[in-house]
Design a protein around this ligand. Structure first.
Ligand code: PLP
Length: 468
């Protein structure tokens, strides 16, 4: 049959809207949404290419109703979706870094669903400051871990980049900030220390060289204009060989001796003992806050395992100044962040480390992961897949612990006909999408980063979801 004649078989929009199956959609959704989706699907049907193959065309015509329903569903689906992270990277920046624990989720749901005392003192009935939330819990946790917190305070902002910016702007705008050339780094996602510095209106005074900076280099650079010594944790890379930089304690001594405040951008927010799991090099928020540095900043959603936010810990005077900086209004966090952060801090305080996904996943033994991998691989009945369980290394990630890995296991999968890239893409198209890691022409599924209750979802998908 000729193209033109086929085109005549496409019904009018009015006819489509009269169909019984579309009537069902009209009863469920607003008319304009159904009309819009119907137009979209019929537009595709009208494209000349659709009519090259009569069988395909008739097929599409027959499926018009279900295609319109599918189109509505597709258009009303959020673009931000939950995925199964089987990459073995615990803090995967592209996958939203730290998943939250059950207590945090419960607290978010509670606070989100109703009203809260976000800026109301329940004692006096007067207005209070939102930035008081989380402060006492964070200070209590630090005190519990041995940090001296008298005369210290905390404030929470949107992320560690905001924290760094706000500290620099508050403490050093118009003056000089001394930084080692070895720490003028890019943290990731375009966060470059020199750029943040210049936007904060502070002037950068570089000292030392890329690989070596000595205490004397800092000391020599101090002038009347110096407002701050900045230390940046080299979180996402490691320098080896002929390198040197003063210990944080030495910078603290210098800061006290010359009366110049010291600010450490610690980054990872680690308050757990990673040494127990063979990760030894990590700097820690505890050591930093206990070091005597004037101010320390860290992320909430890296090793702390909480929501995206930036923690600022420092002397009460400096934190008060930061609270008075008008920019804090633009960098503040919302009630859901406080809810999640407070719940995470309570998990630490009450010793519920298994309740925080990040600390739980770091603590998993390789053997536990192997058992789950074997159970999963043993239950796969999909003839198109070749699977085996292999040892692998999980990564903590998120710009933390460069080079440190955890012994783990993975289910390695190959597809009989598709390439490894095609297989990885098919896994991403599932609902929920599965994110694996490609290595040696196989897709690796490292179950360390998969919550045990999702093993079943993985199995179902691998057995029946990859049918084409
Ligand atoms: C990760 C990191 C940052 C940026 O933190 P965000 O919370 O992503 O803004 C800044 N500094 C250091 C040292 C970091 O490790």
């Amino acid at each position: 049959m000729r193209h033109v004649e086929l085109a005549r078989e496409i019904p009018s929009l009015n006819d489509v809207l009269m169909r019984a199956d579309i009537g069902v959609l009209l009863a469920r959704y607003p008319r304009d949404l159904v009309v819009c989706s119907a137009r979209e699907v019929m537009g595709r049907l009208r494209q000349p290419a659709m009519r090259h193959n009569e069988a395909d065309f008739r097929d599409a015509l027959a499926k018009l109703g279900s295609d319109i329903a599918a189109e509505i569903e597709r258009e009303c689906r959020p673009s931000l979706r939950s995925v199964v992270n089987a990459s073995g990277v615990i803090l995967h920046t592209n996958l939203g870094r730290a998943p939250l624990g059950a207590r945090a989720i419960r607290h978010i749901a509670e606070v989100a669903a109703g009203y809260s005392n976000l800026e109301l003192s329940l004692e006096t009935g007067e207005r209070s400051r939102r930035d008081d939330h989380a402060e006492s819990l964070l200070l209590r946790l630090l005190r519990l871990k041995g940090t001296i917190t008298e005369g210290r305070a905390c404030v929470v902002v949107n992320n560690c980049a905001a924290a760094t910016f706000l500290v620099l702007n508050t403490m050093a705008a118009g003056g000089e900030v001394i930084v080692s050339r070895g720490e003028l780094v890019e943290i990731g996602g375009g966060f470059r220390v020199p750029d943040i510095l210049s936007k904060s209106n502070a002037f950068l005074k570089e000292v030392g060289t890329t690989n070596r900076t000595r205490l004397a280099d800092y000391e020599r650079a101090i002038t009347q204009q110096t407002r701050l010594i900045l230390r940046v944790h080299q979180s996402n890379f490691r320098m080896e060989g002929f390198t040197e930089r003063p210990a944080l304690a030495k910078l603290v001594e210098l800061s006290v001796k010359r009366d110049i405040p010291l600010f450490e951008d610690q980054g990872t927010g680690c308050v757990a003992a990673l040494e127990d799991h063979g990760v030894t090099e990590e700097s820690s928020f505890l050591r930093s806050t206990g070091s005597g540095a004037t101010v320390v900043a860290a992320s909430g959603d890296k090793l702390l395992g909480g929501p995206q936010c930036g923690l600022i810990f420092g002397t009460a005077e400096v934190v008060e100044e930061i609270r008075r900086n008008p920019l804090i209004r633009a960098l503040r966090v919302d009630k859901l962040t406080y809810a999640a952060l407070e719940a995470t801090l309570i998990d630490y305080l009450t010793g519920n480390l298994d309740g925080i996904p990040v600390t739980r996943m770091i603590a998993l033994r390789g053997e536990d992961v192997r058992e789950r991998c074997e159970a999963l691989a043993g239950a796969i009945e999909n003839e198109d897949l070749q699977t085996k369980v292999i040892p692998s290394r999980s990564v903590i990630g998120g710009g933390t612990t460069p080079g440190a890995t955890l012994a783990s296991y993975a289910v390695a999968i190959r597809h009989k006909t598709h390439s490894v890239e095609a297989l990885a893409a098919m896994l991403r198209q599932l609902n929920p999408p599965i994110i694996g890691r490609i290595k040696d022409e196989q897709v690796l599924l490292d179950l360390r980063t998969v919550p045990p209750e999702a093993d079943e979802v993985l199995l179902r998908h691998l057995n029946s979801g990859l049918s084409n």
